[in-house]
Design a protein around this ligand. Structure first.
Ligand SMILES: [Zn+2]
Length: 327
């Protein structure tokens, strides 16, 4: 998949549904430093999987924020690169192919359960990031399973179905009971996916690939050998490791770093205007000062100078704790 690109990459992959805040900026900066430290390519991927969810002007503001912060990318939507396109809205056909390969393994089934129905039918605890654990209501009983016509799935009870992956069957195919990976920040991560996460959605009812599929596929297809992002995505990583394993692809080096917390101790959200990068940028603050704040407490040179930060940067357990950046 990566012919002609011999060196790996680090990436930043924002979902353009709101303004970048200091938490996003910290992840972007750390990922960029890690890649540069190891002489890797830097990739900016716009995760605009659902173009209807992208507010007008949002993508342009993300570019302006990153440019201001001094993070330049070798490959990104504005100027492309050998493994593009770099915006997910233009990659639907690639995701369809990736889904078809799971389908060919007999691992997919249609499910039109609403979120409310899933909630009512399960006693299981929530998987936190994607709502309640799906109890397998629509999972076909065991036995051989035929390939689905993905382009022409019949409606169920008048509703267009989503596609779920039969996780138990996937694990069986791989000959494993749990999904395991080494995280450069958190150490060994291991989860019984069928119990702890359940059969997750791989294609939404509207026909769009699910985040897990698009993200895992793109990290591999764009030869991203480093995936540094917030610790809120550890459970996503488990699903993505499962998918990459099924596709027979190598895993990137994962690093899930602590989140940035606001004054109230809660993680930042797109509603925290005071800590939006755009607010800081337009208030006349220097980018150097923001970079200093974002790397504070990591034992790096306190100058905010990018070259100095790159030279001193290491990824390890010191990036695990959540951090508070006072506004
Ligand atoms: Zn269902």
């Amino acid at each position: 998949m990566t012919d002609g690109v011999s060196v790996g990459a680090g990436r930043f992959a924002p979902t353009p549904t709101g303004r970048l805040h200091l938490g996003n900026a910290r992840t972007a900066l750390l990922a960029w430093l890690w890649a540069r430290r190891h002489g890797l390519r830097t990739v900016l991927r716009m995760e605009d999987l659902d173009p209807l969810a992208v507010p007008p002007g949002c993508v342009a503001r993300i570019y302006a924020d990153l440019d201001w912060l001094g993070l330049t990318y070798d490959e990104e939507p504005r100027w492309g690169g050998p493994l593009g396109p770099y915006q997910q809205s233009e990659r639907a056909a690639l995701y369809d192919g990736a889904l078809e390969s799971l389908n060919a393994m007999g691992l997919l089934y249609a499910c039109a359960c609403s979120r409310k129905e899933v909630l009512q039918s399960t006693q299981a605890p929530h998987a936190h990031d994607e709502g309640p654990i799906y109890p397998g209501t629509c999972r076909p009983v065991s036995g051989p399973r035929s390939r689905l016509e993905l382009l022409d799935l019949p409606r169920i009870g008048g509703r267009r179905p989503a596609l779920r992956i039969d996780v138990a069957r996937a694990l069986e195919r791989l000959g494993i009971q749990t999904v395991r990976f080494e995280d450069q920040v958190r150490g060994s991560v291991e989860l019984d996916v069928s119990k702890d996460l359940g059969d997750f959605v791989v294609r939404r009812a509207d026909g769009l690939a699910a985040y897990q599929v698009a993200c895992a596929f793109d990290d591999d297809a764009m030869s991203c050998t480093q995936v540094l992002r917030g610790s809120d995505l550890v459970l996503s990583a488990v699903r993505q490791v499962l998918l990459l394993s099924l596709w027979g692809r190598p895993l990137p080096s994962y690093a899930h770093v602590g989140l940035v917390l606001g004054r109230d101790g809660e993680r930042l959200s797109k509603r925290d205007d005071a800590l939006a990068l755009e607010t800081l940028r337009t208030s006349g603050l220097a980018a150097t000062d923001v970079r200093r704040r974002l790397t504070g407490g990591l034992g790096l040179p306190d100058t905010g100078d990018l070259a100095a930060l790159v030279a001193g940067f290491e990824v390890g357990p010191n990036l695990a704790p959540d951090v508070r950046l006072e506004g």
